[in-house]
Design a protein around this ligand. Sequence first.
Ligand SMILES: Cc1cc2nc3c(=O)[nH]c(=O)nc-3n(C[C@H](O)[C@H](O)[C@H](O)COP(=O)(O)OP(=O)(O)OC[C@H]3O[C@@H](n4cnc5c(N)ncnc54)[C@H](O)[C@@H]3O)c2cc1C
Length: 346
Amino acid sequence: MSWLRRPRAGGLIVLGTSALGGAAYRFTQSSTSDASLNPHTFTQYTLVKKRPVSSTSAIFTLRNRDGGPDPDSLKEGWKRSVWSVQVKQPQLQIARAYTPLPPNSDSSSNFDNEPEDLRFLIRLEEGGEVSTYLHRLPEQSTIELRGPNSECELPQDIKEIIFLAGGTGIAPAMQVAHALGQRLDSRMHILWANRRREECIGGVSDEVETNTAIQGRSSWWRSVFGLGQRTAQPTPIASQSSQGIGVIVQELDALKERGKAHTKGLIVQYYVDEEKSFIRPGDVAKRLGPGSPEQNGSKVILVSGPNGFIDYWAGKKFWVGGQEVQGPLGGVLGQMDLKGWSVFKL
Ligand SMILES: Cc1cc2nc3c(=O)[nH]c(=O)nc-3n(C[C@H](O)[C@H](O)[C@H](O)COP(=O)(O)OP(=O)(O)OC[C@H]3O[C@@H](n4cnc5c(N)ncnc54)[C@H](O)[C@@H]3O)c2cc1C
């Protein structure tokens, strides 16, 4: 799910999808009614709420306008997939993919057969056609969605996940945390990097980073933005901000709480570029564990965020015959002893 890779295009874009096993597909569809979300036609939703998260991002809450029931595929998707929908920009007739945030206590559906509201964390891209269009829309506007599209299916036997998220790459991480929160004995580490603290106000890392395992490589942010040398330092444990706790931070805290009873935990680490804290290879290495081949269950590293973030950590994805494919494992992870963990680029 590398962000910002869409070319400007005149026609509606069919987005490539891929699964952990390498297959690309859309969810099978039980209903083809235009009133229900479906992969074939655009369904009308109403923008019922736009809640700012920072100066450049907001959570958009969309409600199915005609109340068509959610397809079963969508309910299944929440349990086992990372998935997205396409949002249409009607004047330009283009569409971009966005990743629904997992339901929270605010997500409304009054009756069992009523569709759930869909919520999206959307960043305003400077000069970006669809994100600028969406951010300019007033509440009560109509927005058209098509989907769902599966980006990756979680293996049934998943045991542990390390999720490297850059910026709005946190949305798929939250989907995975939501799905994993219902699986016994799973453990998930999210390492979330942002340029600015305003995206994750009040976010306090669960673990102290010592960064002793591997040092000396520059961060993705550094390589992308050409910043100068930084001094090695531990990730600062942020103090509670006087401005309160950011919306996404609160939702991550809620996900931790929800999974507590069944799982071995959700551990979240915050890295903020402007505070000179960066995800380092050592932060990943120390979470790989000893790597015992007898251990049951898959262990997966997922990488999600802007193209440069994915390239830096895992190498480029490629387009082959109109489909986006994983490409070889490269980047920093490609040079590490991953002790049996597999890597998937979202
Ligand atoms: C599966 C998937 C899920 C996603 N989920 C989310 C999500 O949950 N939240 C989210 O915010 N984003 C998400 N994205 C990214 C999203 O789909 C869009 O790519 C993003 O919003 C930018 O789209 P846009 O139309 O606003 O920008 P675009 O018009 O595509 O432009 C993107 C950037 O490139 C620049 N640019 C474009 N064309 C050119 C050019 N020819 N020359 C120079 N510069 C150019 C623009 O100025 C802009 O800064 C997801 C992407 C994928 C593939």
